[in-house]
Design a binder for this molecule. Sequence first.
Ligand code: FUC
Length: 932
Amino acid sequence: MRLYLYILLSFLSICLLNSAFAQTRVWFDHPAKQWEEALPIGNGRLGAMVYGGVEEEELQFNEETLWTDGPRNYNKKGASKYLQSIRNLLDQGQQKEAESLAMREFMGLKSESEDPSAWLEKIGKIREQKHGPFQVVFDDSKWPLIVVPHYEGWENLGLEGLDGAVWFRYEFNLSKNQLSERWSLDLNKIRTNDYTYINGKLVGQSAGDDTRRLYQIPKELLREGRNSIAIQVINLEGKGGVAGYKDTKQSIGLKSASGKIISLNGHWRYYIQDQNIPKIGSFQASYQPFGTLNLKFNHKETKNYSRILDLDKGEVCVNYDASGIHYKRTYFASYPQNFIGIRLEADQKKKITFRLAMNTKHQRAKLDRLNKSSIRLEVWVKNGAMRGTAFLQLKLKGGQVSYTGNELVVQQADEAQIYLTAATNFKSYQELNDQYSAVALDRFKDLCKLDFDKLYELHQKDYQQLHHRFEIDFGDGSQLDTIPIDRRLQRAVMLDDPGLLALYVQYARYLQIAASRPGSQPMNLQGIWNPSLEPSWGSKYTTNINLEMNYWPTEALNLSELQQPLFQMIRDLHMAGAETAKEYYAARGWVLHHNTDLWRGTAPINSSNHGIWPTGGAWLVRHLWEHYRYTQDIHFLKEYYPIIKDATLFFKDFLVKDKATEWLVSSPSNSPENGGLVKGPTMDHQIIRSLFDIFNQSSKLLDADNLLRDSIIKMRNQIAPNQVGQYGQLQEWLTDLDDPENKHRHVSHLWGLFPGDEINMIRTPQLVEAAKRSLVLRGDEGTGWSLAWKINFWARLKDAQHAYHMVKMLLRPAGKGGGSYPNLFDAHPPFQIDGNFGGASGIIEMLLQSQTDGIELLPALPVEIGTGKVKGIKSRGDFQISMEWKDSQLLAVTVESLSGEELHLRYQDHEVKIKTKRGESYAFDKELILKK
Ligand code: FUC
């Protein structure tokens, strides 16, 4: 009876759409058809995506330390021998030469590679056979079908994790008329090498993902009627297959001199010739999925379906009625006990019947049964040092459980509870732990002794002490909560939905709580959620914007301690990056280039035209400093001071005097991913000035290193300044090279406007104008994170309506450009979590800014959110603020002083400065007059 009442009440609470629920849920009225519709849960270590299927439920899960490769050295010894030559070439304007020298001598080491020649020779033999698959007459009728082309790789079409040699075959017809023309074969891109045959004859072979395949077909080769094409594709890493065109409207096929096209898009036959490939080195490692829980039910016709991410409770619930019974499933990820919990309930007894399996995409895996109701899944990451183990325990109220065909079969239970844990052999970036599995098993056994309901309560308490610190409301958007999120996003394209902006901010907070907890890894490009063995950019940590953006709003959103994983990573990078500083620059201190991974690679990767960018570490130091500014925690500053100092020492050694201008410049480097290897990109100088300022201020606060400080102050003033160029723009480079047509997604040279603050209205109004000009020239379009960055820029420029326009762009349903997926995940595309946090940061920048002169309230408030309130927002100086506004005017504000520092508040023309006492609250009216 109690159970029934409980279910009824919780179901009713979902249906009662009162305003208290306004910004507290993201929901769908159907199960997820694709991963980007599934709903995320997480506890910093374990992450899972809930599809909520009725007949077949899938819970795709991750453990944040399951990556490819293993601990290793990333640094090329003695690379610094080439530093001067690279600099000289750049001085002489020989960029291409500098890039090729750097590519040869200045990049990081790849992981272990084997010589592929023997394997290539082996798989090449088939091309010499008399009856090989390239011949016209060949029986391929048993080969499976696959859609060709597949721009995003064969991985997306069921061949995930496949690297090797694969044959593709297809037939097409030609008429007599068509034979009179000259034809070439246009396949555009192939990943990576191909041998292409028409009617049994090789017409072309090429290598490389970016090579265009346009092969001439000798006229005599084609015939009236049936013709055949066969391609051997060899792909040893990354996405594979006949990629064709990104623009899917363009087909691959035969093209005639007169412009006619015979499309070869269609279902081709394929055959995996060999996938046991030699080891291929990679610059850095990739984040890996772990596995899935698959639950099968006998429920068919359902009514009243809902799948709800409840931001207030930190859980996902699936509700529906089938055959007159109400079913409810609850999913949560507990941080205190590090496990994922699932509860299955029904409003009648004995109605919980299902089958449960654990699966994985990893080729090498083992499933076994631990006891009557628990199973274990072990996985080995291909060609790597990593393995992981997941444990699952079922507890039932009533009913029976049995085990058949690798599945746990539950029959006629009143309720089922599932405990899921996972662990890997990761110990630190330098070490693996061979004993991990026994320890994990003991932990699991202890966990399963604990009462599920109690664990659920502990989870809620833990989650809510973070979540409840902050509230936000943009007017009365509550009625829109009746619209499922996918439709609400569609609707918001045309109609304003201020409540959706507030929801976006709370969702970002939810994602941070779910993905970044003390003791966990920092959030990678996908937070902790990744279903793919070959995720884009390895789902690692890109530091020329993405990793930092993940943590932009953390302090203001009152989640300060969630930056701890980032700080722990900075500690690791301080160690790992010292060797890179020495080997590449013969410099003291530590350096980080534009990417890192679980194993803390710090050397340049990918390509010399964008991988050599030495300011990643200096940017991360800004997060240490901002944490200090927000918390005023001097012990923290003291603890991290050696890292700040060592980053400073690196640049003291690294900066060089530019002969032409006499300024100190950063060389070699690049303005992230735009314009190749150069000396003196503007962004670097802004970041290094910020670093030097941080060093100066913190050494002063800690009364340390006076002499070094003097020399750093001197150097700081010799660094190349921000310059205004011929179009009135802020120059991206040392020389005025900016192309006004350049729409590049990165807007690196505006770093000094946001997240930096040296470009500001108070001290550098001309630079503000120039930054604005650059932003206008760059245009609004961009990838998800680029749109999100632009919200922050426009908010800093106090152009509220332009900032709002950018928010709308970020919220548009994912398509070609950046936007949002149905589950509100940011679309680069593909999914990349940075935009969720950059977007939330931008919305916060509209409400409050505290980077320069005191705390400014509602500095860039768009009319669409002209009425609202926020509670528990944090500012620099360690103040906690609550305020309310109506019709674009402030009504009242209360400031709680957590530091006892002087409070300087500004709103429009009003300004107040008062001394505060730690722990006291101060209430002000709309003119900032202190209420007694
Ligand atoms: C940088 C960006 C890309 C992408 C990648 C992860 O390289 O330029 O757009 O976000 O990081």
